[in-house]
Design a protein around this ligand. Structure first.
Ligand code: RIB
Ligand code: CA
Length: 314
């Protein structure tokens, strides 16, 4: 039996792990990529937009539109991002030629609104960066909350500590007001957070095997991952986390994940708790809204699927 591919807009801040996720997505027949919208996060939006253009070209899909998104969080200045993790150019300080393509004239949030309105019930929003574009899209056209197929985000942590503060994950921390709006919009939302992304580690041996495949995807990953890998080693990890690929994997095979439905709110008022994703496990708030939160993952099967997909370019 064949099923129609999932039509997806990827909202992203590439970024090393974003790049790995985007190449996985392009190489997966389950997905039809309608466009990339860009956001600040790992570095500024001007740079992530150039990287998104590079990635659609590397994937052999320069026809896929790239729309530049917001330059800064809704209410705060952008603090410069995760360049220590991803390099100042977001691609591990490796120089690549300028992309040939250019972004479309519409901004990211407008592209999301137009695409969702034109395809009611069809479009999945896969957000692997700060949630500013999604929040602006909701403000531009609140009806999209009832018209998306679903929203899948890499962000937050419901059962484990944060990665940029004691409680907060980077994507949520970067724009907590936007995340608060997105988590409370009432649309079907899947949270793929640190609860599962830190359970899947590409070890040094795994990365060596990936490099040995020697196609254009693994060559690119092999180059850009060095800086990201070194950062993880400094943190004491013999390998790397592949956060954003986890959200793509959820779309490819949700059976890889164990989930629980729970109301999740985002703290944005307290400086110390900024970006804390608070899961109401015991239903104290009596709110109807529920997020589907990934709480466990079958990492061996995940890693094998990633390797298979990246090894054979479609
Ligand atoms: O916390 C992990 C997230 O922050 C990932 O999306 C990574 O790309 C960074 O933006
Ligand atoms: Ca990201």
């Amino acid at each position: 039996m064949t099923t129609d591919p999932i039509r997806v807009i990827i909202d992203t801040d590439p970024g090393v792990d974003d790049s790995m996720a985007i190449l996985l997505a392009f190489n997966s027949p389950e997905l039809q990529i309608e466009g990339l919208t860009t956001i600040f996060g790992n570095t500024g939006t001007a740079v992530t937009t150039q990287n998104a253009l590079r990635l659609v070209e590397l994937a052999g899909r320069p026809d896929v539109p790239v729309a530049a998104g917001a330059d800064k969080p809704l209410l705060r200045p952008f603090d410069g991002g995760g360049w220590m993790v991803h390099g100042r150019n977001g691609l591990g300080e490796v120089s690549f030629p300028a992309p040939r393509g250019t972004p479309i004239a519409r901004r990211g949030a407008q592209f999301i609104v137009d695409t969702v309105l034109a395809n009611p019930g069809e479009i999945t929003l896969l957000a692997v960066g700060p949630l500013t574009n999604l929040a602006i899209a909701l403000a531009l056209e609140p009806r999209i909350a009832g018209l998306v197929n679903r929203v899948v985000i890499m962000g937050g942590s419901a059962t484990v500590p944060g990665n940029v503060s004691a409680v907060a994950e980077a994507n949520i921390h970067n724009d907590p007001e936007a995340a608060h709006l997105v988590f409370n919009a009432g649309w079907p939302l899947v949270m793929v957070g640190l609860d599962v992304t830190t359970r899947t580690i590409m070890t040094n041996a795994y990365l060596d095997d990936l490099r040995a495949i020697g196609n254009r995807y693994t060559d690119f990953i092999g180059q850009i991952v060095r800086h990201y890998h070194a950062f993880h080693q400094q943190q004491g990890l013999e390998g790397i986390y592949v956060h954003d690929s986890s959200a793509v994997m959820y779309l490819l095979d949700p059976s890889l994940f164990t989930t629980r439905d729970v109301y999740v709110d985002v703290e944005y008022l307290s400086p110390h708790l900024r970006g804390y994703t608070v899961a109401d496990w015991h239903g104290k708030r009596q709110v109807q809204t529920r997020a589907t939160v990934c709480v466990a993952v079958d990492s061996p099967r995940f890693l094998e699927l990633y390797r298979q997909r990246i090894a054979t370019i479609r």
